[in-house]
Design a protein around this ligand. Sequence first.
Ligand code: IPM
Ligand code: MG
Length: 358
Amino acid sequence: MKIAVLKGDGIGPEVIDESLKILEKIANKYKFDYEIKEGLIGGAAIDSTGVPLPKETIEICKESDAVLLGAVGGPKWDKLPGKLRPESGLLGIRKALDVYANLRPAILFKELKSSSNLKEEVLKDGLDLLIVRELIGGAYFGEKGRETINSNGKDIIRAYDIIDYKSNEIERILKMGFESARKRNKKLTLVDKANVLESSKLWREIAMNMASDYNDIELNFMYVDNAAMQLINNPNQFDVIVTENMFGDILSDEASMLTGSLGNLPSASLGDNKAALYEPIHGSAPDIAGLDIANPIGTIMSLAMMLKYSFNLDDASNDIKSAVSKVLEKGYRTSDIMKNGNIKVSTKEMGNYIASEI
Ligand code: IPM
Ligand code: MG
């Protein structure tokens, strides 16, 4: 098992270190060997090589079976031009690995019900939904630019980011949506803005055409503004949501709060090639970096997803999930999910407690 590790910036290194503890423990228990190669990405890469995604990092990742990534970005690099910002390293590695499908499960650990901002009665049946976010298309990767144009004798600036999708790109992500729904509760919601956007209309048409191959799946459509509202109103109406890049970015942050904290949510980014990418959905949280207070659960759960999707080690993957559950059951919490009566622990302590349950 060849694993590339990109710690990145901010809390990235801290949360990755905890998940590596878990990896060591789980490898001992399930008797598998692995090899780790570290690569630079984001601000850390800028500081030592001048670019956010050095060639060497791309090579390390491409030669690996899976990549575990922390987070990138921070105020130190905010003033750099777009292509030299840490974020472009993240977008670059997603593109280089061609991982077009970003699976973001929002699962509520029952122990965390009171950490959710929703009333307990809304979450009485728990919460278990999956957002399938298209990851390497749309406005993030479409033509973008700026120009100065003359309007009524005055110079004004025009800036644009084109939402660009080709039918083959839509088909492959919708297929991932349908197939994911087939493995779950067989309900797929395509979230779009087909009342306004041409690209959304194409997504809908293709989904309707594909539906006949998936007679067992209940397909429905929802506009993104309504979906944002419905996630709060009645989150359990969803099973799998499939959506374009930017809508998926926004809705997955929203869904994470239903589970108590952005810090809890993992993600897996898959494509048709070997190397898949695993990362928590949270960012680098520069304000709390280095304080040993970040929540490592999103990254640890990303490792669990890696064992399942890249290495078919379902038992080991479930083992991590139940270890997290047990630690939460005992009341241990990092500060982001802390409630009265809980025991506050640091990042490292959280990692140690989870490791000790394996
Ligand atoms: C995410 C993040 C990234 C994104 C940023 C850091 C570029 O918000 O993974 O959701 O927008 O994809
Ligand atoms: Mg995001």
